[in-house]
Ligand binder design. Sequence first.
Ligand SMILES: [Zn+2]
Length: 283
Amino acid sequence: MPWFRREKKSVDAATPPEERTVRTEGMWIKCEACRAIIWKKDLEANWEVCPKCQHHFRLGSIRRLELLLDDAQWTEHDAALASADPLEFVDTKAYSKRLSDAIEKLGINDAIITAEGRMNSRPVLLCSMEFGFIGGSMGAVVGEKVTRAAEMSRDRKMPLVIVSCSGGARMMEGTISLMQLAKVSAALARLDDAKVPFISVLTDPTTGGVTASYAMLGDLNIAEPGALIGFAGPRVIAQTIRQKLPEGFQRAEFLLSHGFLDAVVPRKDLKAYISGALDFFLT
Ligand SMILES: [Zn+2]
């Protein structure tokens, strides 16, 4: 005689076949840093920061605005600006197709959003870059939007905050995207003359022409933990100087310890930190 007798039918027999498997696909994500399996909803609720090891995942441009602006409310400026594909560029895919795909997928016309809102009650102009839009690359539209934001900031004496997340200049617009570096830098110099504060926030990754222009021109340049920040990639540098690169090279903490950044601030403290800095600048 068996010690235990199953009174009910087995689970398999009791459940109809279509209900036996629970769909879990896409609900879990593995942390790149600590390998922990995290429920996506937990990660979302924690502003895309790993609850186990505090690894900072990339945050989308709209979520970034929600994180930093009061009541997740803002007015968008220059939303209609879109690239005219001046070179009619084609690589493995036509640039015009890349643009239309990104616009359809993300619902924005280029890799940056200019938003006017309040940060702890103070009016600010906040530009938030979107990596999902062709690698957050800077072409004529991103350059023009940042320039206009700097000009509006100056005219209205409203502090400017730019959150960068970019692979650099947009090669599909060739030299036109390189010209944006000079244009944006000139606009930021005029903003500086007018003594309106500009805070640059560098997130993972901030590289190439964006690092070489506005991302490093803030009155304060602050970064999120672990963010990759640089101009050329590490492999190109290692091959050029023929030396092994040090541990943590081009990461936010390394740059801070070498004087390239003013602070490394965790995402959850970012709003309070920027507000505190603006209090300091403006009083
Ligand atoms: Zn983790």
